[in-house]
Design a protein around this ligand. Structure first.
Ligand SMILES: [Zn+2]
Length: 89
C-alpha cells in the first residue's frame, strides 16, 4: 500500500534505510552526523526533533547506568551482610 506522502516527515526519511548503490546492494542507514547534516539542510523542526531524540537516548543511558550502579552497590552490601551473619552464627 502506498503511504500518504504528507505522513512522510524529514525525520522519517532520515531514519529510513536506503538501498545503497553499491555492487553489494542492501539496506543502509545514515550515520548520526549524516542525519543531522541532512536535517539541517531540510527542515529545522525535524532537526530539533532529532536533537531531542538524541538527548533522550543519552538520558536513558545515564538512567540505566545509575540503576546498574545502585544494583551493584546493593549486592555488595547484601554480600557483606551475609558474610557478617555467617560469622556470627
Ligand atoms: Zn520536517
Amino acid at each position: 500500500m502506498q503511504k500518504d506522502p504528507s505522513e512522510i516527515t524529514h525525520l522519517k526519511q532520515a531514519y529510513s534505510p536506503e538501498v545503497r548503490d553499491s555492487e553489494f546492494g542492501g539496506y543502509d542507514y545514515m550515520e548520526e552526523d549524516e542525519i543531522a547534516y541532512f536535517l539541517a539542510d531540510s527542515c529545522p523542526h525535524c532537526l530539533h526533533a532529532h536533537e531531542l531524540i538524541q538527548l533522550r537516548k543519552k538520558a536513558r543511558r545515564r538512567l540505566g547506568n545509575a540503576k546498574a550502579a545502585i544494583s551493584r552497590r546493593a549486592k555488595e552490601l547484601l554480600d557483606k551482610h551475609n558474610t557478617a551473619a555467617d560469622k556470627a552464627a
